[in-house]
Design a protein around this ligand. Sequence first.
Ligand code: SPV
Ligand code: MG
Length: 307
Amino acid sequence: MQNSSPDNDADTRDTAMTVSRQLRQILNSDGTSFIMEAHNALAARLAEQAGFSALWASGLTISATMGLRDANELTWNEVLNLVEPAADAVDIPVLMDADSGYGDFNIFGRFVEKAAARGVAGVCVEDKEFPKRNSFADTQHTLASIEDFTAKIRAAKDRQPNSDFCVIARTEALVAGAGLSEALDRAARYEEAGADALFVHSKQKTAFEIEAFVDQWQGSVPLVIAPTTYASTPTENFERLGISAIIWANHGLRAAITGMQSVYQNIYEQRSVASVDSTISSVDDILSLTETEKLLSSEKKYASIKR
Ligand code: SPV
Ligand code: MG
């Protein structure tokens, strides 16, 4: 969101392009763009600082930060309460993972209105039943009917509060084992229903399903993928395929887990922070990432505060 924090410059707010328009441009631009997972506001800032131009508010990683499964254990309002601060923390667009839409066309339509009002640039909705299961969970993945799912897309497009808001339709047909022709058929129907982009997901170890899909895809909306399991495929291959955006869907949280596990273990075993202190971020880094400097200059500007 063009940031609403009190120490933000009002001129920046007034002139900035809306986040939905930014996301739309990213999806429609030539070449392949990268959308980085951010599970909270601090992660959003770090990803923005690294250079990413859009963020993925991942259902998996946001649920995990709350100690919960990627299975709609959080309500949509709880998720929005977590995503809004991330959107506030950055100037780049946040694409929110809306799972399977939290209910029928009506619930999803209302969700889209609320998400947009809270700074979300666009949403991605997947064609599974509610409550969903993470695509990599070893269970039966039940697809929603095409009729029910296209109703959600149409309702979302009708209820989106601005014309740049992006609704990305995600097909889980390959994940569910329904086959390539089902995936292609669904994708075509979702485009026809008004989806702004199409996310085709695969849980294979190589990109062969994505390659086969692209080879036969006749549609014209941008294509989005998340190479989590087929991580070793070179990005150039996706560029050659004409993939519009790649979502790096969980790598921020996975990095945090690895780093924290190692530091916690070290401190526990050493009974001291001496050997890790210089290897981790400083307290100054935290002050800087939370823009404490802006607060201090606000004090000078506004306050008669004496410290
Ligand atoms: C997520 O990050 O929550 C996703 C991607 O939806 S996946 O985990 O691959 O389903
Ligand atoms: Mg998800």
